[in-house]
Write a protein of this length. Structure first.
Length: 122
């Protein structure tokens, strides 16, 4: 990337304070919704099926099942409407793009959770 363009991009979009996450993780995205002159925060909880882009143009897609119908939403990471991101579970996957999840239903669509080794505090 052009260094001058990167410098302008970094000045326009300061660093976000969002946690690290990747494909397969179950996250909750708090998103600001404006209805008329009222503003509220709506939470979208689901599995990350892809992360693409870099820097200010980084986007991620979250998929959830709502009333038996799959719903996907793309969120720009540097958007001012993304109020916060919380990582619920860290998934164990072997791919960067999980588009095969669109064809799976029920138990077949579950993603295994990555187990963290607990260190003994002595």
């Amino acid at each position: 990337m052009n260094p001058k363009l990167k410098a302008v991009e970094d000045a326009m979009y300061p660093e976000n304070k969002h946690p690290e996450f990747g494909p397969g993780d179950n996250i909750t995205v708090s998103y600001k919704i404006t209805e008329g002159n009222k503003e509220r925060i709506q939470e979208f909880r689901g599995d990350v099926i892809q992360v693409r882009g870099s820097g200010a143009t980084k986007c991620f897609t979250v998929r959830k099942i709502s009333n038996g119908v799959g719903v996907e939403r793309v969120f720009p990471l540097s958007s001012p409407f993304v109020d916060g991101i919380a990582v619920n579970k860290v998934g164990r996957v072997r791919r960067a793009k999980l588009f095969y999840q669109r064809n799976r239903k029920g138990k077949a669509s579950r993603i295994q959770e990555k187990r963290q080794l607990e260190t003994a505090a002595s």
